[in-house]
Design a protein around this ligand. Structure first.
Ligand code: NAP
Length: 244
């Protein structure tokens, strides 16, 4: 399904990014595994992809830093020569009610989650041709908002506005731009949610379970494929039906 395609997944050393990177490789794509801190885990993901018979490298870059991202793309150009699929996945949280939120906590989340979307997509576009795919990971929090997450919600809502605009700009070039909005997915990002809160959240989910990274990866693989060719500018929830 993705034979001869080259994909970049940001923040792919673990969690949802890792699952997407592996799923794209399973469908035949060569995959660049971007990471920031965790070189050993990112290399392990690249090894996992190579074991599937695909080409892969782990590349370090802080996606909130435009120069680092540009340098990463020089390497991608040298190694792969093109990019067909971009998955903007890297993200962080720094939760606090606005009353207590420091400017640094606001800025860091906006720069990492939303600034990165500009930094990475801007560098990726010159390497993308007709039928390429841009997929960005937002959150249902970007749609509904959430107590203690004004910074995160603003960054994730920003991704939606960015992507809807870009879909209009790139349609004529045959490039689709879509957003995945996951709900409550098991990962390191959510591992510290308390037992009681987890129970309440799960109760609120119509499908009565938290999501797994693979649930998100399955949709990403579909959106990356030619089968999604007439879908652009959309926000698709992978949330078990959760409305917060
Ligand atoms: P995670 O387990 O915490 O993984 C985050 C990934 O992002 C790691 O690979 C990390 O790399 C990378 N990263 C963080 N800052 C980075 C930076 N500045 N530059 C490059 N990479 C960076 O989180 P996750 O749950 O898989 O979340 C993935 C995405 O899904 C995020 O955008 C998140 O907001 C979104 N999401 C998650 C949930 C959920 O319930 N888990 C729900 C909705 C949306 P290193 O380890 O190398 O630093």
């Amino acid at each position: 399904m993705l034979k001869n395609k080259v994909a970049l997944v940001t923040g792919a050393s673990r969690g949802i990014g890792r699952a997407i990177a592996v799923e794209l490789a399973r469908h035949g794509a060569d995959v660049i595994v971007n990471y920031f801190n965790d070189e050993p885990r990112a290399s392990k993901v690249a090894d996992e992809i190579k074991a599937l018979g695909m080409k892969s490298i782990a590349l370090k870059a802080d996606v909130s830093n435009f120069d680092e991202v540009s340098k990463m793309f020089e390497k991608i150009k040298g190694e792969f020569g093109k990019l067909d699929i971009l998955v903007n996945n890297a993200g962080i949280t720094k939760d606090r009610s606005l009353k207590k939120m420091a400017q640094e906590e606001w800025g860091k989340v906006i720069e990492t989650n939303l600034g990165s979307i500009y930094n990475v997509t801007k560098n990726a576009l010159p390497m993308m041709q007709k039928d390429s795919r841009i997929i960005s990971i937002s959150s249902i929090v970007g749609i509904y908002g959430n107590f203690g997450q004004a910074n995160y919600a603003a960054s994730k809502a920003g991704i939606i506005g960015f992507s809807k605009s870009l879909a209009k700009e790139l349609g004529r070039h045959g490039i689709t731009v879509n957003v995945i909005a996951p709900g409550f997915i098991e990962s390191e990002m959510t591992k510290d949610i308390g037992f009681l809160k987890k129970k309440i959240l799960t109760y609120m989910i119509p499908l009565k379970r938290s999501g797994m990274p693979e649930d998100v990866a399955n949709l990403a693989a579909f959106l990356a494929s030619e089968k999604s060719g007439y879908i652009t500018g959309q926000v698709i929830r992978v949330s078990g039906g959760l409305v917060i």
